[in-house]
Design a protein around this ligand. Structure first.
Ligand SMILES: Nc1ncnc2c1ncn2[C@@H]1O[C@H](COP(=O)(O)OP(=O)(O)O)[C@@H](O)[C@H]1O
Ligand SMILES: N[C@@H](CC(=O)OP(=O)(O)O)C(=O)O
Length: 595
């Protein structure tokens, strides 16, 4: 008999009528011959209510007590759902995370799942029950209640689907699927039929709140098909699977993280180990850092900028100020009025011109770009918060995300094509050997013969980034990594890009003409560098990945010249002569960390 997991978010169980509707969906699925596990979130905005109750009691509530409190929201809804199902004449049993045996680590409020025991659920299912699991919670080794972080019920659902070998994990929510961007922010957003794990992982981690990014890590690792669909209708939603909807589209979606904060540590010594000092202090607090930009400085000093979620700003500033003092940094600045706008698409890994198209659209909309970082399948820009919605609209429009891509496949076509290839044995073996939410590495690679070009003292006005990247692309140079960040010296910015070494002279010539045109301070080029890439699943959400990398490289006296991070890859640019030793040190460091 096939098993399905159905997850109902807070909006889908917001009142007793909605709870009955959710219960009906589960009963109907059971009547159709499935075994059904439901995962349910707290009713409506109940978790927010609990959070504000806690803040009335204390400015800094202990994390353990926070989890004790927040887990109660889900306990209310699972009991009510079970009562509703009983009322419909079917059998149901509700279980808390602890009763199911969802073991987590002890990082209260941000716990990670370590193991799930399936015996009790399987027995209850075999006895004809619908099992209703409380989302977003577990227990640690000492039986303390833990929670997985806001939005974590998706992760509970996909994790249960993985360990139970479910046919599909259905995510019932208040939208009828995944859109090209949040339809509440941009009504012209398009409903997509299919999206790949990698694209959804990046979008979710960059602000698409429809899915919890860690749930997609699980789904990708264990090949769980996710069906995101409406609680209020029976229409087909969106399938999140290994394959993309369109093989030819460069961008599949755009995301906005409205509440970001930028921190810049000014004038730190430009020697190996500096980044380690700063980022290990942050990762100790389990804070995810994004958009790391290190500018090449003067007099052996450099400025390091990065972004964190606004809610992590205070804690990050505390962590960073101790590290900055230790390093003898000149100072720390921050801006809490910024937002991050990103575009994501598997196609951009092989197509050129995506970056300058985005920058041109932003310039035409009068949006100033404060920082830029790129990953293999994403480009993010930091903009002032009051320009965030305009920026999102401009990029959505320029990539024509509201229109169907010319070539696209439906889930039915993809499923038919992949049917013969499905290898059940591989999947089962993987389930047995892979740790649940542990970091998974898939490779460490070196790309030699790269060059870096840095343009310094770039005026912080709209349009210059677009002009730069258009000019370099027009000269036929393929740009790989791009970073732009705040320049500590005078509020101007620095832009660095990596290119193939053979194109360095051409790129420098273009850069010099840009220098004249825009009154830049100077242009620097360096050859003989290499990009070292660590690939895997969960690289950004495991906040210690950067620390492991920086420690390994600093230990070999290797200076990190540029870095970018994503859910799928961490790339560092280092001296090419040290690439091999860097690679070896990284392999050893990660082997140690993964043991
Ligand atoms: N790309 C996107 N596609 C669909 N919805 C999105 C997207 N990005 C953000 N959202 C938002 O996610 C919301 C659903 O998530 P959430 O409110 O957490 O639901 P639930 O309570 O069911 O977990 C939608 O109402 C929508 O506004
Ligand atoms: N109730 C928790 C967990 C959750 O995932 O909720 P929802 O499914 O409504 O996003 C929260 O609000 O964070």
């Amino acid at each position: 008999m096939s098993l399905i997991v159905q997850k109902f978010g807070g909006t889908s169980v917001a009142d007793t009528d909605k709870i009955r509707a959710a219960a009906r969906k589960a009963v109907r699925a059971q009547q159709q011959g499935h075994q059904v596990v439901m995962v349910v979130s707290a009713m409506g905005k109940n978790t927010d209510v609990l959070v504000s109750l806690a803040s009335e009691m204390s400015e800094t509530p202990p994390a353990r007590e926070m989890d004790m409190l927040l887990s109660t929201g889900e306990q209310v809804s699972v009991a009510l759902v079970a009562m509703a199902i009983h009322g419909m004449g079917a059998k149901a049993v509700s279980l808390t995370g602890g009763q199911i045996g969802i073991r987590t680590d002890n990082s209260f409020t941000k716990a990670r799942i370590q193991s799930i025991s399936t015996a009790r659920i399987e027995r209850l299912l075999d006895e004809g029950n619908i099992v209703i699991a409380a989302g977003f919670q577990g227990i640690d080794e000492d039986l303390n209640i833990t929670t997985l972080g806001r939005g974590g019920s998706d992760t509970t659902a996909v994790a249960l689907a993985a360990v139970l070998g479910a046919e599909t994990c259905e995510i019932y929510t208040d939208v009828d699927g995944v859109y090209t961007t949040d339809p509440r922010v941009l009504p012209e957003a398009r409903h997509v039929g299919v999206i790949s794990y990698d694209e959804m992982l990046e979008l979710a981690s960059l602000g698409a709140g429809v899915m919890h990014s860690r749930s997609i890590e699980f789904a990708k690792k264990f090949g769980v098909p996710i069906h995101v669909r409406s609680s209020f209708s029976d229409t087909e939603g969106t399938m999140i699977v290994a394959e993309p909807e369109s093989a030819s589209a460069s961008v599949c979606g755009a995301a906005l993280t409205r509440d970001e904060a930028r921190i810049t540590v000014l004038g730190v010594p430009d020697v190996p180990g500096t980044s380690l000092e700063i980022f290990s202090a942050i990762s100790d607090r389990k804070i995810a850092v994004d958009m790391i930009v290190q500018n090449i400085g003067n007099d052996g000093r450099t400025d390091i900028s990065f972004t964190v979620q606004h809610s992590d700003l205070e804690s990050t500033l505390q962590a960073v100020s101790a590290a900055a003092t230790q390093l003898g940094a000149v100072g720390i600045t921050h801006d809490d009025q910024v937002s991050k706008v990103s575009v994501v698409g598997l196609g951009m890994a092989v197509q050129t011109g995506v970056a300058h198209k985005m920058f041109r659209a932003l310039a035409d909309a009068g949006v100033n770009i404060q920082m830029i970082t790129t990953g293999e399948i994403k480009i993010s820009v930091l903009v002032s918060r009051d320009q965030a919605s305009n920026a999102l609209r401009a990029v959505h429009q320029v990539f024509k995300l509201m229109d169907q891509p010319a070539e696209r496949k439906s889930w039915a076509q993809i499923r038919a094509e992949r049917h013969e290839k499905a290898d059940v044995n591989t999947l089962v073996a993987r389930l047995q050997s892979d740790a649940l939410e542990e970091l998974t590495l898939t490779g460490i690679d070196v790309m030699p013969n790269q060059a870096r070009v840095t343009l310094r003292g770039v005026p912080d006005t709209p349009g210059i980034a677009a002009d730069m990247f258009e000019s370099v692309s027009e000269a036929g140079v393929f740009i790989d990594m791009i970073v732009q960040g705040i320049d500590g010296e005078d509020g101007r910015t620095s832009v660095s890009m990596t290119i193939p070494e053979k194109d360095l002279d051409t790129c420098l010539e273009v850069a010099k003409s840009l220098m004249k045109r825009h009154g830049l301070r100077d242009v620097q080029g360096g050859e003989g560098i290499a990009k070292v890439t660590v690939s895997g699943i969960g690289l950004r959400s495991h906040t210690n990945v950067g620390t492991i990398m920086f420690r390994a490289l600093a230990g070999a006296d290797i200076n990190v010249q540029m870095i970018n991070t994503s859910e799928l890859q961490v790339n560092t640019v280092i001296d090419g002569k040290k690439a091999q030793i860097g690679r070896e040190r990284l392999s050893a460091a990660f082997q140690e960390a993964l043991r």
